[in-house]
Design a protein around this ligand. Structure first.
Ligand code: PDD
Length: 285
């Protein structure tokens, strides 16, 4: 596996980062995950805009222009066999003596990019759906920043795994649902698709955008608005989305069936349209 680190391509075994890197010491950095279908990075510009938003959020200058990032991404895709991959981009505030404020003068950022094979979700997950639990959203108030400091997300996701489930649905202030520990969450009630608003309390998912575009294009009624806890627990359908997990129905929540405990009709329609979109748009950009 070849990775990109600070201007060079090298085998992952040769890649070394200082123990004083602020990513290692403070989790002081941001990242992106970009799906690649048929060797084409999906919505590269949108991902790079979201990266810019994250960098702006932590006041770290972007080390590359869009053209610069495009060159790295293109080279890394070419160096890997799979037709479908996902790219992980990671930028930290660099290596400096351990001290909380930004290094002054600034030091070069650490820039790391890797590619992994992108596999479709297992058929059984698609047929049966997955189970999820709920937990209080105890993350900070800038969840729109794709920060590498993911400790709350890691602990929240592990709670799901410990319960034999695959996702934790997060509830903020006992009032409304925000997202999953590593995915966006959609609710269906009385045929209406509900999506939480893209604000500072959730990551603005690129797959989330695709789902709402699909809904608009195929006259699936939807609303973007806050989703109260009561609506979450009485949903007819629930599903999650992410670049690496596509769309997956949540058929049990906290051990209780969601709707008929099977992937529901709105999910199935969106799943089928998402597969069409992958074939006709993502693979043919
Ligand atoms: N995570 N919300 C959170 C907290 C996430 O971590 C992710 C994705 C999403 C979905 O975003 P997108 O549709 O752009 O993948 C929402 C990635 C896949 C990860 O951390 O590996």
């Amino acid at each position: 596996m070849t990775i990109y680190l600070n201007g060079q391509y090298m085998p992952v075994e040769h890649a070394k980062v200082s123990v004083l890197d602020r990513g290692f010491i403070f989790g002081d950095g941001v990242y992106e995950v970009i799906p690649v279908y048929s060797r084409r990075a999906f919505r590269l510009e949108e991902h790079l805009l979201r990266l810019q938003h994250s960098l702006d959020g932590i006041r770290l200058p972007n080390p590359h222009s869009i053209a610069g990032w495009t060159d790295i991404v293109t080279e890394l895709i070419a160096r890997h066999e799979p037709e479908d991959q996902y790219l992980y981009l990671h930028i930290t505030r660099g290596v400096a003596r351990r001290d909380h404020p930004f290094p002054d003068p600034a030091v070069p950022p650490t820039v790391f990019v890797m590619s992994s094979p992108l596999l479709p979700p297992a058929q059984q997950l698609l047929d049966d759906g997955v189970c999820a639990i709920t937990a209080q959203d105890n993350r900070w108030l800038r969840c729109d920043i794709k920060a590498i400091s993911l400790l709350p997300n890691v602990l929240l996701r592990q709670m799901a795994v410990d319960a034999g489930c695959s996702e934790t649905v997060l509830i903020r202030d006992n009032e409304f649902m925000t997202e999953g520990s590593a995915s966006n969450i959609f609710v269906v009630k009385d045929g209406m698709l509900l999506a939480p608003p893209k604000d500072h309390l959730m990551l603005p998912g690129i797959t989330y955008d695709v789902i709402l575009e699909i809904a608009a294009a195929h006259s699936i009624p939807y609303q973007v608005r806050k989703i109260g806890v009561a609506e979450l627990f009485t949903a007819d359908e629930l599903f999650l989305s992410s670049s690496t997990r596509e769309v997956q129905a949540i058929t049990h929540l906290d051990g209780n069936p969601v709707g008929g405990a099977r992937p529901g009709p709105v999910y199935q329609k969106i799943y089928a349209l998402y597969q069409d979109f992958k074939r006709d748009v993502m693979r043919a950009q």
